[in-house]
Design a protein around this ligand. Structure first.
Ligand SMILES: Cc1cc2nc3c(=O)[nH]c(=O)nc-3n(C[C@H](O)[C@H](O)[C@H](O)COP(=O)(O)O)c2cc1C
Length: 176
């Protein structure tokens, strides 16, 4: 089903409940292509992506922070976004853009997704969630873990936000 970009973002919502069916290889490849096509500052591409389908690993990832990560156990596909901070000083922005590309590519392919924040989040046991993710996915110590995007076919329906809910008061014409 083809949707224009505006239709796509009007329907987009974060979904955290998924069917068990896996995301097809071809579809995964398109999502990865979108990630690799995301723009980055000075085209330094400081990001790398860890594609995870293994159930045990996803269950472990779901437990790396006390709140807001549980859905990863049920998302058939999880993509961890990591970056080399030495490669680019604005790697946070670069990884956020890549995450958005991944989410919008998934949406355009009939899938739903949700962002799981890892950077700056604690693991609830006195450590950092990023270190737990590093262990689970064998990520080198010099790479920062930004986020994990959980993706799959939705098992819940959520309508897009209504036009009337948009806060146009946040938009300023020619200055505040
Ligand atoms: C930077 C960022 C971090 C987020 N972190 C989490 C998270 O850790 N866990 C989670 O369930 N959702 C997370 N979300 C999803 C937001 O909760 C969600 O986008 C917000 O509630 C708005 O809902 P909507 O996406 O359906 O419009 C995150 C979203 C962003 C942009």
């Amino acid at each position: 089903m083809k949707a224009s970009f505006m239709e796509l973002i009007r329907q987009r919502r974060s979904v955290r409940a998924f069917e068990a069916r896996p995301v097809e290889k071809k579809t995964q490849e398109l999502i990865v292509e979108a990630a690799l096509r995301s723009p980055s500052s000075r085209s330094l591409n400081p990001w790398q992506f860890v594609v995870v389908q293994d159930e045990k690993k996803r269950e472990a990832l779901a437990g790396v922070k006390p709140h807001g990560g549980g859905f990863l156990a049920k998302a058939p596909l999880a993509i961890a976004i990591v970056a080399d901070p030495e490669r680019c000083d604005v790697w946070v922005e670069d990884t956020a853009i890549a995450a958005t590309y991944i989410q919008l590519a998934a949406e355009s392919l009939g899938l739903k997704s949700c962002w799981c924040q890892i950077r700056l989040r604690e693991d609830g046991k006195g450590g950092m969630a990023a270190d737990r993710v590093r262990e689970i996915l064998s990520i080198p110590d010099d790479l920062e873990v930004a986020s994990i995007i959980g993706i799959g076919y939705p098992a819940e329906e959520k309508p897009g936000h209504l036009q009337s809910e948009l806060d146009y008061g946040k938009v300023h014409d020619e200055g505040f």
